[in-house]
Ligand binder design. Structure first.
Ligand code: TRP
Length: 438
């Protein structure tokens, strides 16, 4: 996250802030979580729900977070406290911190798998038949040492970057590396689409089978939309506080959401044709991409180099998300409890290491952390954020902030209507229905 703790000099370019917010949004959520959740939830119908939620809730919630942060010129806690003193709205931030703990825990585990795959790619071990590839993942998961160690190593890498205050430097490289990841995914897409039998995968992804839709599928799609966009925790508010007053927040939210969604869909276009071409199961859970992608690399000229590049870039994408997750907690501890940043970083890393080890040890803990953060905490945070913008802030203030103090925007009434009446009710409905209470 840029410039935290330093003077509020803001981003110098539009691309700068979009790249930084996209760096937080784009990560394992797009390439690992999206395909596995989609595969578990029946394919095309899930994709359709997901896209609807990105547009109907994702963009308005992101716009709301950006505008809260920019109006207050503070992070979430400070923002809620200064925009509504004496009221407990900052609890949204507290929920966000809890979500950050849970997400960082299982996220580090998956990032650990990615590190293992960097190692396997470099040593040329990701070869063989689809069965061999499958066994590589299964036996790694059964190992009692490496899954733990890689997880801890990843958490250390995250802590060291946040500690060194080199986040801005990292973000500079992100602007080059993330487009490179994008290019690699497109190359994977082309290869996957030309595999014999690829058509079935495209059908699975793009031809919705509405009989597959039920409350829990819809909730999973909503959770994935929140998770992937990094919204519902107030993190995006911090980015908002660094955006120049002249920049259009609605456009920013649309650009970040579109970029994030495009990467997820392109990841799906690489994975599902390959799933069917290699006769695999789309609904096999968290290991999906790790079992599928190596098969595509194995069929490509230059697959060896591409696979190394891919897993390295995926690790970097995971890092740019994990540093912003850790930063949420560290900012909270240092600003609300006056803890020294260094102490906050190491104590958080210690606690998260413990939680992450539990996630490695037990699939159940892993899945519960994953579900509770994205399908419960983030949507509830999202509801509170839109209620705050719709009912607590003054309409004129919201309007002025979105009009960037001058340029009139045609969509204000639509936005305001969604934020007041549609989003809170619909998000609550999907949530309650999804957990079986409605
Ligand atoms: N969006 C990130 C991803 O897709 C994960 C994430 C969820 C996140 N919430 C966040 C990252 C908050 C940073 C801050 O991988």
């Amino acid at each position: 996250m840029a410039n935290i703790g330093s003077s509020r000099d803001g981003f110098t370019s539009k691309f700068g802030v979009i790249a930084a917010a996209a760096g937080s949004a784009i990560g394992l959520g797009n390439i690992w979580r999206f395909p596995y959740i989609l595969g578990n939830n029946g394919g095309g119908a899930f994709l359709l729900m997901y896209l609807i939620f990105i547009i109907a809730f994702g963009v308005p919630v992101m716009t709301s977070e950006l505008l809260i942060g920019r109006k207050a010129q503070k992070n979430v806690f400070g923002a809620f406290k200064s925009l509504s003193p004496n009221r407990p709205w900052y609890l949204v931030g507290t929920m966000g911190v809890l979500a950050a703990f849970l997400i960082l825990s299982f996220y580090s585990v998956v990032a650990g798998w990615t590190l293992e795959y960097v190692y396997l790619a470099i040593t040329g071990s990701l070869s063989g038949t689809p069965d061999d590839i499958n066994n590589i993942f299964t036996s790694f998961m059964g190992d009692n040492f490496w899954p733990y160690l890689w997880t801890i190593i990843f958490l250390f890498m995250t802590a060291l970057i946040v500690l060194g205050g080199v986040k801005n430097g990292i973000e500079k490289y992100t602007k080059i590396l993330m487009p490179l990841l994008f290019v690699l995914i497109v190359i994977l897409d082309i290869k996957a689409l030309t595999l014999p039998g690829a058509g079935k995968g495209i059908e699975f992804l793009f031809n919705p089978d509405f009989s597959k839709i039920n409350g829990s599928v819809v909730l999973a799609a909503m959770g994935q939309a929140f998770f992937s966009l990094s919204i519902g925790m107030g993190v995006i508010a911090t980015y908002g506080s660094y955006i120049p007053k002249s920049q259009d927040l609605g456009k920013t939210a649309v650009s970040v959401s579109m970029t994030d969604t495009l990467i997820a869909v392109l990841a799906g276009v690489a994975i599902f044709p390959a799933v069917f071409a290699f006769g695999m199961e789309p609904g096999q859970g968290t290991g999906l991409v790790f079992k599928v992608l190596p098969n595509i690399f194995n069929q490509m000229t230059g697959g060896f180099i591409f696979s190394i590049m891919f897993f390295v870039l995926l690790t970097i994408a995971a890092l740019t998300s994990s540093i912003s997750l850790l930063e949420v907690i560290v900012a909270y501890l240092s600003e609300e409890f006056n803890m020294k940043r260094k102490h906050a970083i190491w104590s958080t890393t210690l606690v998260v290491s413990f939680l992450a080890v539990m996630c490695v040890y037990s699939d159940k803990v892993f899945n519960n952390f994953d579900f509770f953060s994205s399908s419960v905490l983030l949507p509830l945070g999202g509801v509170l954020i839109v209620l705050f913008v719709g009912y607590v802030m003054k309409r004129s203030g919201v309007k002025a902030e979105l009009e960037s103090h001058g340029k009139s925007i045609a969509w204000f009434n639509i936005f305001y209507f969604i934020v007041r009446y549609i989003a809170p009710v619909a998000i609550m409905f999907v949530f309650l229905h999804g957990i079986g209470l409605l």
